[in-house]
Design a protein around this ligand. Structure first.
Ligand SMILES: [Zn+2]
Length: 386
């Protein structure tokens, strides 16, 4: 069964062999067996079993959201309202969600995760990374990664998210648990190990202990780095060849140099700065230094409860001075790099058929028309999901 998507006004291929968005105008593409089988000028399109008329719209690779916390219960709207009235964000707010999550049933967690991944798909997101981190016991963290693995494309063990209340006075003991029994229970369900390395969460030595244990257990590292302070986490991410250092809000010149001369992607999460009213990361400095930049939502009930990659693109352009082309690349191909995936984030033959038809003639409209729903149709692995 093959499907021809015809009459594409602007096809964003992100061709890995080219530069930038690899745009083809007046284009077509063919999906077959869940993959992109052909792309090129509409006039040369081959025949297919079925056809979809894109009506001159823009077609992009599905968004790759490489950072989200989606296994949780409850929400924190009151905390958000209080913060907008002047109270600053502190890492401890996570514990509120931990209490609600521990009390929830498997089915409730699963239903909430399914709801959020569906919400993302309807907005053009076709690859989702999902972290644990609201259980913080061996049983609860194992449950979180196991449920995440049922529905998310990429699963990350984040037992070292925050020190839970019952270990308040013994962070070293909790770190040891996260690096031993908890890790052993979670590793079979996860590909990644992550640590929130920050004042109020885990310091560099504690983060290193958990990440190195994770690497020994067969997981690959990624890091919550330099969100609230100019700490040591970016340097640790580069030292461990982490796939990504996420947040990167407070960076020294040495941090930027380290990222630029490494394979570690700088994943920026502008929805967090928006929702916590913090300064935005300096995307321009990173890009001009030659670092690879990804954009992701960090969708979670505390610091950013938005699942919209289009919103991240708009903020990155408006407030972080990325060009529309840079922001769209970072939200698709950049996210794929941050997950070390070569099959998503681009639309060239052999890629997974993750296709996002915008109800707009150009990718620029994602930033030009902020807040407007612009997803017309979506295929994930060749299956139309919207
Ligand atoms: Zn996060």
């Amino acid at each position: 069964m093959s499907t021809l998507i015809a009459n594409i006004g602007e096809l964003v291929t992100n061709d890995p062999d080219g530069t930038g968005l690899g745009i083809v105008r007046d284009a077509a593409l063919v999906i077959e067996d869940g993959e992109i089988a052909w792309t090129g000028p509409a006039a040369k399109a081959p025949a297919a079993d079925a056809a979809f008329d894109a009506g001159g719209r823009a077609v992009l690779p599905g968004f790759v959201d490489s950072h989200a916390h989606l296994v949780f219960a409850g929400e924190r709207a009151e905390e958000f309202a209080a913060r907008m009235s002047g109270r600053p964000y502190a890492a401890g707010g996570i514990r509120t969600t931990v209490e609600r999550t521990r009390a929830a049933s498997d089915d409730d967690l699963r239903a909430n995760l399914r709801r959020l991944i569906g919400e993302m798909a309807r907005q053009g997101t076709t690859t989702v990374e999902c972290k644990s981190g609201y259980g913080l016991t061996v049983e609860q963290e194992e449950r979180a990664v196991r449920i995440a693995a049922e529905l998310a494309d990429e699963v990350t063990y984040l037992g070292a998210h925050v020190v839970p209340a019952e270990y308040q006075d013994d962070a070293a003991a909790y770190t040891r648990l996260a690096a031993t029994d908890m890790l052993a229970a979670c590793a079979p369900h996860a590909r990644w190990v992550d640590v929130f390395c920050e004042e109020g969460a885990f310091d560099a030595d504690q983060a290193r202990e958990v990440l190195q244990a994770g690497i020994k257990a067969g997981l690959a590292p990624r890091l919550h780095a330099n969100q609230l302070t100019q700490g040591p986490a970016v340097q640790l991410a580069v030292e461990l060849d982490a796939a990504s250092a996420d947040h990167c809000t407070f960076l020294s010149d040495a941090d930027i140099d380290a990222l630029a001369s490494s394979q570690t992607v700088a994943t920026l999460l502008p929805g967090v700065e928006f929702s916590t009213r913090q300064p935005y990361p300096d995307a321009r400095r990173l890009l001009d230094a030659g670092a690879t930049v990804a954009l992701a939502t960090d969708c979670n009930p505390g610091s950013c409860y938005s699942s919209s990659m289009a919103f991240c693109v708009a903020v990155a352009v408006r407030d972080m001075h990325m060009t529309p082309a840079e922001a769209v690349w970072s939200a698709t191909a950049g996210g794929a790099r941050a997950l070390r995936r070569s099959d998503v984030g681009h639309l060239t033959p052999g890629a997974r058929a993750d296709v996002h038809v915008l109800d707009a003639p150009s990718h620029i409209h994602l930033a030009y028309r902020p807040g407007v729903p612009q997803t017309h149709a979506v295929w994930k692995a060749g299956v139309q999901v919207r």
